[in-house]
Design a protein around this ligand. Sequence first.
Ligand SMILES: O=C(O)CCC(=O)C(=O)O
Ligand SMILES: [Fe+2]
Length: 374
Amino acid sequence: MEAMEAKVSDEAGCCTEVQVPLVQELAKQPLTSIPERYVRPELELHLVSEAEASSSSSPPPQAPVIDMAKLLSPDFHDSELHKLDYACKYWGFFQLINHGVRPSLVENVKKGVEEFFNLPVEEKTKFKKKAREVEGYGQLFVVSEEQKLDWADMLHLTTLPPEARKPHLFPNLPLPFRDNLNEYCTELWKLAMELVMLMGEALNIEGREMRELFEQGSQKVRMNYYPACPQPEKVIGLNPHSDASALTILLQVNDMQGLQIKKDDAWVPINPLPHAFVVNVGDTFEIVSNGIYKSIEHRATVNSKKERMSMTTFLNARSHGVIGPSPNLVTSERAPQFKTIPMSDFWKTFYSRQLRGKSNLDYLRIPNDTHEST
Ligand SMILES: O=C(O)CCC(=O)C(=O)O
Ligand SMILES: [Fe+2]
């Protein structure tokens, strides 16, 4: 992978310098009130409409469930591919069952994540995110001293290809977590590649084009720790956002619910099914699909009872070259919806912004009435 040097430096070094406290440590103190930097006044406005919504008799809609075994079976492939296509177009999120990753491996990884966050703070600080880096332990996307903060800490790592791992991060994870995570990442790479190839098939994108975009891509993981909060309705665990990745595979680590996705202007909770992964389309795939598949806004809420942990695995397109709508999906009826830009520029703007809504995709959007070529 000769472009690796360029890739590593493209995705790093574009972050800001603002350092913030660890929320896990903050939450251990006897808090009489939530520090102002974590209080989100906008949530109070939303509470009213959510109360109205929850008083309606119909239960919230559920994200589609996709069966990987059916996608891979000649008998069920076509009908399941149709379901996958629908899920990516209208939900941007689905639960994936029968994904083939060994349950004991998944359990070991969950255990490793819990054990990491339970390490003494001095141990975890060895992984601390350094100024101007995007990987490590702490908070990402803090771009100003005034900005509101999330009620969460994260450990963010490049996991694949192995040569892109930061020497002070992945290789220093405690054993056996390091080995389990290594195997899990290889399994999830295969799974994510299978899924993007299937999504490409459903959209009629050439296999060669998909392989060029993703085979030399990278994988990152983000382990999220949301401490219990005495006033959970005032804070947000992870600000509403869409993921920059092509595809995200989320593992809920302990049995606390908190993920919500925006569907028809309402927040819909996702309750992970046993042994399922929650999968979502990221901004990169929305661009490649020329807006046909949607990267949906989601957020993490917190609660007063118990901490919550999750781990997201991101499949990213290769970071050399450009990213833009697939030529097959730009037609006389469907103009390009996004500009084509160097992938390195895409990452630079992503890491220099606050994580907020679909702001990183919106700046690439071509207004409807403009038929400029890219
Ligand atoms: O913790 C969750 O459920 C959501 C995490 C997430 O959206 C992310 O890491 O991008
Ligand atoms: Fe996300």
